[in-house]
Design a protein around this ligand. Structure first.
Ligand SMILES: [Zn+2]
Length: 365
């Protein structure tokens, strides 16, 4: 294998790594491709560990991209915040929230709760919500307003349209880089082609154009994320495989402040949205038992927030005519019960589902 072939294969490998992203479990990633619309990522769930998974955006055609959304990775309730196993009450003194990259920190009353979001935008948005709730006089109302915003479909739609219009020029430039790297490069480096310098100059000019366009679009979409902007700008401005995905990088976190269901209502066709909506409502109605039990106040906060989110999810389903009440027909006449969460059927009529800890099976009537 020649050095040039090796270089080309490395370029392909770097490009494929730019097409992939890391999402924590619970995140909903919408993967799109030109002409096929968006779908909820499901195939790549096996490429991961206990914390999350790798999701591949469509590499061909390069117009495809991924949009990452997720419910809050922390429990925020009127009484306090629960991050992992740590409960930070609001009542015992001042509570501060900040984010560092994808991590959210909540500090107060000698305790620190920490959670990791899938995106820096989600972490920033959640830290702002917690700071607002901590300083509010009516905290239940403050959390309710934050949830109303997360489920605000018209706002999400306006945000999406703005993001798409911002990436238009960038998309074309990124495609020029893609063509230069993967279509033209093999011809340019052929023996006696004599055009390598022209090719390199072309890549350089396009990269500069990508960097300027990306910086301007990112500033318009994520005004307060200066640190994140420079990190990403260095990537797309100096690394050609990243420049070929600049439009995807720009849009990936654009919907982070909205709940996955509100984003699904915009990006998915009705059949796909109904599937996501039913799964979301069922998982909220039948939560899995936690590995370690919560304190009474943390358990109450968990139940309170889940009920608030469920009410908004059910309302969205009603406005979109999505049926979340009907269950699939019994597939085996000998089965006596079904798990209400995963629809698995059982020959016994009592006990918990084997795959869903804490969820009791429901007998057929
Ligand atoms: Zn189950």
């Amino acid at each position: 294998m020649s050095d040039l072939t090796l270089l080309y294969l490395l370029l392909v490998a770097f490009y494929l790594s730019e097409c992939s992203l890391w999402a924590r479990h619970g995140a909903v990633v919408f993967v799109g491709a030109l002409g096929r619309g968006y779908r909820v990522d499901t195939l790549s769930r096996m490429l991961g560990n206990a914390n999350g998974r790798v999701v591949m955006a469509s590499a061909l055609p390069p117009l495809g991209g991924a949009v990452v959304t997720e419910p809050w990775p922390l429990i925020v309730a009127p009484g306090g915040v629960l991050g992992g196993e740590v409960w930070v009450p609001f009542g015992g003194g001042s509570v501060a929230a900040h984010h560092d990259g994808r991590a959210v920190w909540v500090v107060g009353t000698g305790r620190t709760a920490r959670a990791r979001a899938s995106t820096a935008q989600a972490a920033e948005s959640l830290a702002k919500v917690i700071a607002r709730v901590a300083s509010a006089t009516d905290r239940a109302q403050a959390v309710g307003q934050a949830l109303d915003h997360a489920f605000d479909v018209p706002h999400a739609e306006a945000r999406w349209k703005s993001a798409v219009s911002r990436k238009r020029t960038l998309t074309w430039l990124a495609h020029v880089v893609w063509i230069e790297l993967f279509i033209l490069a093999p011809f340019m480096f052929a023996p006696h082609s004599g055009t390598v310098l022209f090719w390199m100059l072309g890549v350089l000019v396009t990269m500069v154009a990508v960097a300027f366009t990306f910086q301007s679009a990112h500033r318009a979409l994520y005004a307060s994320s200066r640190g994140d902007r420079w990190m990403k700008l260095i990537e797309v401005g100096f690394f050609p495989p990243a420049a070929a995905r600049a439009h995807d990088v720009l849009l990936r976190e654009s919907m982070a402040e909205h709940h996955p269901l509100a984003v699904g209502a915009i990006l998915l066709e009705p059949g796909r949205f109904a599937k996501l909506a039913r799964r979301t409502v069922i998982e909220l109605r039948h939560p899995l038992r936690r590995e370690s039990p919560l304190s009474p106040e943390a358990a109450a906060a968990d139940a309170w927030l889940r009920a608030e989110i469920l009410a908004r999810a059910e309302k969205l389903c009603r406005t979109r005519d999505v049926d979340v009440e009907s269950t699939p027909a019994r597939s085996d006449p000998n089965s006596k019960a079904r798990c209400p969460r995963c629809d698995a059927e059982y020959a016994r009529a009592t006990g918990d589902c084997d795959d869903c800890p804490g969820v009791g099976v429901v007998p057929f009537v």
